[in-house]
Design a protein around this ligand. Structure first.
Ligand SMILES: C[S@@+](CC[C@H](N)C(=O)[O-])C[C@H]1O[C@@H](n2cnc3c(N)ncnc32)[C@H](O)[C@@H]1O
Length: 302
């Protein structure tokens, strides 16, 4: 069905089928919370029809108003014409089943760390963490999800970008967590001097220069500073490895995502015993190191 026939659409089902067909016949990339045209259509159509994502099947026959229909057609056109990820058009995304506010100031949440947090970092975490740092927090999805997983913990969300911190603060309020979650603007640990955490989790920028140059257009809509990290993607992670030990308690744990840059990390530090996590729901390139391992290998990171 083409743009021209959009005026014949009436029900939620009509709009879903139309959006799905348009997405399938377009040159889109699905990698920002969905991995196919239908799920992307559901995300956009239900949002602009003012319906929850977990709506029952009966809503398929609901007739939409003119303004709802116009909003859907406009969003579908924009998704195809500009290649902007759907989450930036709706202003929201889901991570570990929780809703987050997102916009172009932050990465669209999609880290496999959601699964690890759901498992409370078992079996790697020795004891319940009292202080947690989500380093490179973006909109705060990882740290806020940790706050749900560990209801007694204090959580710091840090990021070098003041824009990202503004979005993280909105999400702290959205989840009513301001009593024990705070957001801090900081380049790595610069604004966290003297602070010690039981758990540091990070999904930092880690895309290598070659991948940055060939990424699908959808990724160009995300903040540049959130993705690339030097020639081999490891500029930030090298700095993190050399400084993390000073900010971890004795039994503390560092958990870091480096995605496709994991072979380069292994090659750069062959003596370091990275433990690579496995994910049932997909994803790779997340390592765990204990505070003790980091301290033992300090010389490797200099
Ligand atoms: C891949 S995004 C991750 C965002 C979020 N944690 C998530 O998983 O959706 C990386 C984030 O690291 C931040 N960042 C980049 N360099 C940084 C630095 N030197 N210190 C702190 N944060 C940094 C970026 O601003 C961006 O928000």
């Amino acid at each position: 069905m083409s743009k021209e026939t959009a005026s014949e659409l009436v029900t939620v089902r009509d709009y879903l089928d139309w959006a799905n067909n348009r997405f399938e016949s377009s040159d889109l990339f699905f990698g920002h919370g969905t991995d196919n045209a239908w799920d992307e259509a559901v995300q956009l159509v239900l949002h602009f029809a003012n319906l929850p994502l977990d709506s029952p099947e009966e809503v398929l026959e609901r007739r939409l108003s003119l303004s709802e229909g116009e909003a859907i057609v406009s969003a579908v056109d924009k998704r195809i014409d500009t290649r902007v990820p759907a989450a930036y058009l709706t202003g929201k995304a889901w991570f570990a089943g929780l809703e987050f506010i997102v916009d172009e100031r932050v990465l669209v949440p999609r880290s496999p760390l959601a699964e690890t947090i759901g498992d409370q970092f078992q079996p790697w975490l020795q004891r319940e963490p009292k202080r947690i740092l989500d380093l490179c927090t973006g909109g705060g999805c990882i740290g806020i999800t940790c706050a749900y997983a560990f209801p007694s913990a204090e959580v710091s969300l840090s990021d070098i970008s003041s824009d990202a911190i503004a979005v993280a603060e909105k999400n702290i309020l959205l989840h009513k967590l301001q009593a024990r979650v705070k957001a801090i603007e900081s380049d790595l640990f610069s604004a966290l001097q003297g602070e010690v955490f039981d758990l540091i989790v990070s999904n930092p920028p880690y895309v290598n220069a070659e991948d940055v140059a060939t990424m699908p257009a959808e990724y160009q809509a995300e903040p540049e500073i959130a993705l690339g990290s030097g020639e081999d993607g490891l500029d930030f992670t090298r700095r993190l490895l050399s400084e993390a030990a000073q900010h971890l308690s004795t039994e503390g744990l560092l958990v870091v995502e480096v995605g496709n840059s994991w072979p380069a990390l292994e090659a750069a530090f062959p003596a370091v015993p990275f433990t690579w996590l496995e994910f049932e729901m997909g994803g790779h390139g997340v390592f765990v190191l204990t505070a003790e391992q980091l301290r033992r290998h300090q010389a490797d990171f200099k």
